[in-house]
Write a protein that binds this ligand. Structure first.
Ligand code: CP
Length: 318
């Protein structure tokens, strides 16, 4: 693995899950794997879980970690080629990435979608530039189109709690007051397509995701039908992909409540967090014993530590 950008970089998902299980059982076993290595965690956007779990994972491997909020704690960066830099950006990504690559063995980046220009967002300008100019392995901590560390943690959680060999997993759109990116939903679908689960995606018409990520999942616009017999309900809001970045409506009837959970096979409730209570999910559901939101967040340390361990192994073999 040269970079960890999406599921294609992990190799066998089953092998990655086995490695994650082993790391979870003995989180400090590889305590010296990262000795005398360093990682820079670069945030272009806010974070609670990713920021803390990534530091925790690196510290478990005894790596040196530095965290920086790009833009507020550093110069604002320019990504366009050939531009006359007479605006707000004081430094070009070509120099900034090269400099940071000289300071660290690995760089992890969070850079959300603008939700203004679909072609630009889906070309992943920030992550692509770092992969091009930094000269060190890049880890995706949520880009315009994907959040693979979250999806990997979600898959670890599903494997820990599943009661059947091939559970029915439902990814459900739920209402939110603001336009949100597609990254979590895209990656969740992408990883579930590689896993031993039956994936159903349910959303109102107009919220179809990029078919590249939907893959072989069944799509159902009737939420109640989708929930019937489900083993896991994964709630998430996303804005329109077709009418790019738009909130088409905020139909509160799509909120996950107890009445809908009664349609399922006593399903577990999942969400990546942060979550807006009584918009996305009712208090009753998220506070129930079937809610896995804390376990998912805890597994963010395991997904990051697994990825770092694989990258360190690759580095030590070079
Ligand atoms: N789920 C997740 O990535 O949380 P943060 O945005 O707080 O990092």
């Amino acid at each position: 693995m040269n970079h960890f950008f999406d599921v294609d970089d992990i190799g066998s998902v089953e092998l990655a899950l086995a490695r994650a299980r082993s790391i979870k059982a003995h989180p400090r076993k590889g305590y010296t794997e990262g000795d005398r290595t360093s990682i820079g965690l670069l945030f272009f956007n806010p974070s609670l879980r990713t920021r803390l779990s990534s530091q925790r994972a690196a510290q478990n491997l005894r790596m040196d970690v530095v965290v920086i909020d790009v833009g507020s704690e550093s110069w604002k960066l320019e990504f366009s080629d050939g531009t006359i830099m007479n605006g707000a950006s004081a430094e070009h990504i070509k120099e900034a990435a090269g400099v940071m690559g000289a300071y660290f063995d690995f760089l992890a980046i969070r850079a959300f979608a603008s939700l203004e220009d679909r072609d630009l967002d889906y070309a992943e300008p920030v992550l692509t530039a770092f992969m091009k100019y930094a000269g060190v392995p890049i880890i995706n901590m949520e880009s315009s189109t994907g959040h693979p560390l979250q999806a990997f943690a979600d898959l670890i959680t599903i494997n820990e709690f599943k009661k059947t060999e091939r559970p029915k997993v439902v990814l459900s759109w739920a209402p939110h007051p603001r336009a949100l990116p597609h990254a979590v939903a895209n990656s969740f679908a992408q990883w579930m397509n590689r896993a031993s689960v039956d994936l159903i995606i349910t959303h109102p018409e107009g919220y179809e995701l990029d078919p590249k990520f939907v893959g072989s999942a069944q799509v159902q616009t009737n939420q109640s039908l989708a929930f019937e017999g489900a083993d896991f309900i994964y709630a998430k809001n996303w804005s329109s992909y077709q009418d790019y970045g738009q909130v088409l409506y905020q139909d509160s009837s799509w909120m996950i409540n107890q009445e809908k959970m009664e349609l399922t096979n006593q399903a577990y409730f999942m969400h990546c967090l942060p979550v807006r209570r009584n918009m996305i999910v009712s208090d009753q559901v998220i506070d129930s014993p079937n809610s896995l939101v804390i376990q998912q967040a805890a597994n963010r340390v395991i997904s990051m530590q697994t990825v770092l361990s694989m990258l360190l192994e690759q580095k030590s073999s070079e």
